[in-house]
Design a protein around this ligand. Structure first.
Ligand SMILES: [Zn+2]
Length: 246
């Protein structure tokens, strides 16, 4: 082929060679590759660095685009904004997040790896404990949810987990109403989970009226704080909440 044994591809292209024809297909294909590379070479321009982007190679570097290319892209989570929203209380949002993923150690899950465990709900003592039962279907905790949210939801009141998820995800236009639903849900889930754990560890079950008042207080404190801090879009949220107390 007229190429030195120790030549690099660069040497082979840059050293002037007579173009040849070969009988062996492999040699012919090497010759064709070298010719194509030689033809595409632009010796008059200096090499420059380019940054890879989704739309091709560009001169400018973009952190955002590079990050997108490096990470594995997944579908956008539909409920994330319903759980992680501005002005949420972190400890409430965290428990809500685990509940949404069904990662709380409810007895139906514990029973799956420890078949001997008693899976009876400690709040009502009349059904098996699962996430959906514990927070909304249980005769004890469903009353807290209903007491807290019925005035806000009125005819769209529901105690089905999937419907509640839609409520906090789908765009309720009124920002104050959406915040009240999302925040009240997290306050209830947190309070029920804490109460369930206390009873599990030997405490007496708190009376419904006391737990309802504690949840009310959590929500009122937050709405008062938003009013004091004059959070945009939340003007009148406290008055809205009072109007829903029926
Ligand atoms: Zn129960």
């Amino acid at each position: 082929m007229g190429i030195r044994n120790d030549a690099t591809v660069e040497d082979a292209i840059l050293e002037s060679r007579r173009r040849r024809r070969h009988h062996t297909p492999l040699l012919m294909s090497i010759e064709n590759e070298l010719n194509a590379l030689t033809d595409s070479l632009n010796v008059e321009e200096l090499d420059i660095s380019l940054w890879k982007r989704e739309s091709g190679f560009k001169h400018l570097f973009s952190t955002q685009e590079t990050w997108k290319l490096l990470r594995e892209q997944k579908d956008k989570c539909r409920w994330s904004r319903g759980v992680w929203f501005s002005q949420a209380t972190p400890k409430f949002a965290f428990i809500m997040w685990l509940a949404t993923l069904n990662r709380l150690s409810t007895m139906d899950r514990i029973s799956s790896w420890n078949p001997g465990a008693d899976s009876t709900c400690v709040l009502c003592k009349s059904a098996s404990e699962s996430r959906d039962h514990l927070f909304f279907e249980c005769s004890y905790s469903s009353q807290i949810w209903e007491h807290t949210i019925r005035g806000v939801l009125r005819s769209s009141y529901t105690n089905r987990w999937s419907s509640i998820m839609l409520l906090i995800t789908d765009g309720i236009r009124d920002k104050r109403k959406l915040f009240c639903i999302r925040y009240a849900l997290q306050a209830v889930v947190y309070a029920v989970w804490r109460e369930r754990n206390k009873v599990k560890h030997g405490d007496q079950l708190m009376s419904l009226s006391v737990l309802k008042k504690l949840v009310d207080k959590d929500i009122l404190n937050k709405l008062s704080l938003l009013q004091t801090k004059r959070i945009g879009g939340m003007e009148g949220a406290l008055q809205f909440w009072f109007a829903t107390r029926v």
